[in-house]
Each structure stands twice: as C-alpha cells, then as structure tokens.
Design a protein. Structure first.
Ligand SMILES: [Cu+2]
Length: 417
C-alpha cells in the first residue's frame, strides 16, 4: 500500500532538509480505502554517523522518538512535525531516515538533518563541499559573491552596524549567502569559527588558508594565506587580485585571539535584555569586533572584510552566540523589548524592511543596493525576498512554524530545558 509524505509542506524531494526546529509535515493514504490505518513513525540513521529526527505531535509537548498516527480511510492528510534530534545532525545528504511501519513493508524516506557546525570539527567531506560551493559563488572573482562584498562597505555602515539592527542585519546577510551555497549544493551549511577556543584546523592550507602569525601590531604587514593546490580557494580572486590577505595577531595553532576577546560564557552573561547584550560593551564591540581585529589584512576593516570568506565563519559564530543567548533567556518574541530594542530610524524598527534586499536607494539608505532579493529556500518561505528586522528574531519558529528561517546550530537546541 502506498502512502504520501510531505516534508516542509511539499512532496518535493529537494525540500527534505530539517534543522532542530520542527518542520511541518503531513502524511496520508493517497487512494480511498475501506478502513483507517494505524502507522508508527520513527527514525534512524541511513549510515554510520547519520542524522536522526524526532517527532512533535503538538508544540506544547516534548519531542518523541516515535509517533503513532491514524490515517483516515478517505485519504485526508494528517499533520505532524519533525525536527533533527539534538546532538544527532547529519554528516551527509540523505543520511537520515524517516521510517513508517504498519503499511505492509517498512517505508523509509531519506532526508538530512542540516545544521551549521563548528568549522574546526567538520569531516573532510563537509569541509570540501563547503569550500567548493563557496568557490562557485566567486568564480573568477565575478560571481554573486561580489554582491555580498559590495553590500558590506562604508556607505552601508548605518544600515548594518552600530545599533540594535547589527545582529538582525548580519543574520539576514549570512543566511542569504548560506542559501546561495545551498543552491550550489543543498547539503552545505555555513560552518562557524568558535573564536573563544583554539581552532587550528580552520587556519590550514586545506581549509581557510594557512595563516602566518604577526608578533605585534607594529610590523603588521598582512600576508597572503597559503592554500593547498587542490583547495578550491587557491584560486580565490577579488578585485582582480589573487589570494586572501590575512595574518593573525595570535597563534592560530594553539590559542584563540587574545585580549580583549571574551569567552562564550562571558558573552552570554552580558545581560538578559537585548540592549545589554548588544550595545555599549556588548557583543558588537566584543567579541565581534575583537575577532575581526585579531587579524591584519582584509577582515580587519568593514569595507574590505568580506573579501576574506573567513568573514562568514566569524559572523556565523556571532549569530550563533545570539541564537544561544535567545534560547537561554527565551528571547524569541520580536514584540518584546527584551528580545529586540527598536530605534526610530529606517532599518532599525521591527517592521522596517532591510537594505539592500528592499532595493530602496533613497536616504538614509545608500544610493545603491547590490544583489537584489534575498535568496529563496526549499524548506521555508520566510523571510521572503525583502526581509524585515522582525523576521530575524524568531529564527526557530517558536511562535509559529512559518516564522522559522530553516537553519540552526549544532549546539543550540530547539527545546527549552
Ligand atoms: Cu559587518
């Protein structure tokens, strides 16, 4: 007997990607039969180390390892939700199975628990697929990656930095890039550089480039990082110039950036209200700014930072720290001042659309808007082509599953303890 299963609201196989947040699903018997049918849903990895999903029959109840459902004889749909099991993300595409028992032979549906992971812990396959997709966006220095560079420049500073909009704007910015990567290879997620821990594997010739250490800021001539010949980034070009200029002010093999970098626990303790977390001495100053200036070279200043793709690993971690903070203090409702503190300026209010995706080129926006709309996703229609500030807050869709942005982090749970 056949059944039909929708993941993320569609039968389309290219939407079979879930993060930890629950994704809407439906199941039914397609042809009318004489009797209702009881089925059991469960999940297991399709291969060693593969992903596992859990089930949500209602948002108010904890997740379950399996779910019993009764499929009506008249073929109508039954709704349920699945999310990745915390701590059991996928390593490869389709390495997780949704299993249906009770309809004759066991039915399995391959899918992927796709979350952003610590770049220092990626498998070779995860790392190489990310590097290849990244390179495809910047082919010969003329791909869509240029639009990201052109958006993050001095004239756009007021739309992206120096206020409460800093975190939402960069959340949209890196989500846009991640979705472009996923158009190249849907199994790719943006990895993060956890900059309060040593991350020796990132700064190697087979990943983001072997990075020389400069002893003091005084002789801080930035050097080109070194790549293996078979690393796609060996052919990285920006502004017709090959290579990536970056030297570290810390020993990348043994330590995280030094003073005044603050640790993850110190970051989470900046305060339980958004204003405390972000402003004055908050996350934008440190650890974010500290991480940027822990290098000489492109990444250390706003107009050139995106020339170095390490930017996106750095900002994925800034976004992750915000996500972890949101989970810890339940700061997920955009309407609460504890979750976001708007200011009366274009691009900073909750209902404002964000530049450059809104295409607005009249003051106080810059007079240019590179890149057009935010990229679509196969798993969610949020935030749409012209994201608003408020769309960036509830990224795991606690208020409604339609709010979810379709990504997550390996160590940021969905469920509250
Ligand atoms: Cu920035």
């Amino acid at each position: 007997m056949a059944i039909e299963i929708e993941i993320n609201g569609t039968l389309n196989a290219n939407a079979r990607y879930v993060a930890y947040a629950p994704s809407p699903c439906r199941i039914r018997l397609p042809g009318a039969t004489t009797e209702d049918l009881k089925v059991q849903l469960s999940s297991r990895p399709a291969q060693d180390g593969g992903g596992v999903v859990v089930f949500y029959s209602s948002r108010n109840e904890p997740s379950k390892e399996s779910l019993e459902l009764t499929l009506p004889a008249d073929g109508s749909w039954v709704a349920f939700e699945i999310g990745g099991k915390f701590g059991s993300p996928s390593v490869n595409d389709k390495d997780s199975l949704l299993v249906v028992n009770g309809v004759g032979n066991e039915i399995t549906l391959p899918l992927m628990v796709r979350v952003r992971k610590n770049a220092n812990n990626l498998t070779q396959g995860e790392r190489d697929r990310f590097l290849e997709a990244l390179f495809q966006l910047n082919l010969a220095g003329t791909g869509i990656y240029q639009d990201f560079r052109k958006s993050h420049v001095e004239p756009s500073n007021a739309q992206a930095h120096g206020g409460p909009h800093f975190l939402p704007w960069h959340r949209a910015f890196i989500l846009d890039l991640e979705r472009e990567l996923q158009l190249v290879d849907p199994s790719v997620s943006l990895p993060y550089w956890r900059f309060d821990e040593p991350a020796p594997k990132i700064f190697q010739a087979d990943f983001m480039g072997q990075t020389r250490q400069v002893p003091t800021p005084d002789n801080a001539r930035a050097d080109l990082v070194v790549f293996n010949i078979d690393n796609p980034l060996a052919a990285w070009v920006t502004d017709d110039l090959p290579g990536i200029r970056r030297s570290a002010r810390f020993d990348t093999l043994t330590s995280p950036p030094g003073f005044p970098m603050i640790s993850q626990s110190e970051t989470l303790a900046l305060g339980d209200e958004y204003a405390e977390f972000t402003q004055r001495e908050g996350i934008e100053r440190s650890p974010h700014a500290s991480a940027h200036v822990s290098f000489t070279g492109s990444i250390s200043s706003v107009p050139t930072a995106v020339k170095d793709p390490l930017f996106f690993l750095l900002h994925a971690n800034v976004d992750r720290l915000w996500a972890l903070w949101q989970w810890l203090y339940k700061r997920i409702n955009p309407q609460e001042l504890e979750s976001y503190t708007p200011q009366d300026r274009d691009g900073l209010r909750l209902a404002d659309t964000m530049w450059p995706w809104n295409g607005i080129v009249t003051p106080p926006r810059p007079d240019f808007a590179p890149g057009g709309w935010l990229a679509d996703s196969t798993v969610t229609s949020t935030p749409g082509k012209t994201p608003k500030v408020e769309d960036m807050i509830d990224f795991q869709g606690y208020e409604t599953s339609t709010a979810r942005l379709g990504y997550g982090y390996d160590d940021v749970p969905y469920e509250f303890i």
